[in-house]
Design a protein around this ligand. Sequence first.
Ligand SMILES: CC(C)(COP(=O)(O)OP(=O)(O)OC[C@H]1O[C@@H](n2cnc3c(N)ncnc32)[C@H](O)[C@@H]1OP(=O)(O)O)[C@@H](O)C(=O)NCCC(=O)NCCS
Length: 175
Amino acid sequence: MNLRLARAADIPALHALIAASVEVLQARDYSDVQRAAALTTVFGVDTQLIADGTYFVVEARDTLVGCGGWSFRRTLHGSDHGAHRDDTQLDPARDAARIRAFFVDPAWARRGIGSLILEACEQAARRAGFASLELAATLTGVALYRARGFIEIDRTEVPLAGGERLPIMRMQKRL
Ligand SMILES: CC(C)(COP(=O)(O)OP(=O)(O)OC[C@H]1O[C@@H](n2cnc3c(N)ncnc32)[C@H](O)[C@@H]1OP(=O)(O)O)[C@@H](O)C(=O)NCCC(=O)NCCS
């Protein structure tokens, strides 16, 4: 497996990876209707992260099998089409860096790919001067972040199209 920064040329493959990950791995936590609605706004590619050089991919046999990133910008979750985007920069002395948009290919789940990307994100955020991390975890993602020392702050919901709502968990970690 090879970890590297994502590039714009990866975007079509990222769309396919994210859709497969949501479809299979989140099926025990969210309904078909929730997952379909969330794929338009919440789960997807945030091209700002790729442009910032803060989004990683993992390749195996020349195929993308995982992705995830961190951010020095205020947006906490969501794709390019998310409702509450805020690209202002965080202050490392005061704010928590964001952990963003982790998705693993279902055929490659539970092989340490999420942990590998998270470790790279933690190191990069620490190098940028941040002392803590914050994220909005899917219910599917909570176990990974708990295993890596994140603690749960509060459970909240993201409004989706068609009146649906997506329960998520805000989590934090000190670096
Ligand atoms: C969440 C996700 C990224 C985890 O990726 P992963 O590569 O499977 O995670 P890892 O193999 O690094 O898991 C590390 C540890 O996290 C915990 N963990 C991860 N997935 C788990 C699960 N389904 N059930 C219980 N524990 C789990 C375990 O402690 C695991 O260690 P172990 O396998 O030695 O027991 C993956 O399940 C995924 O893509 N889910 C769908 C998309 C999503 O909801 N992403 C989260 C966005 S916040």
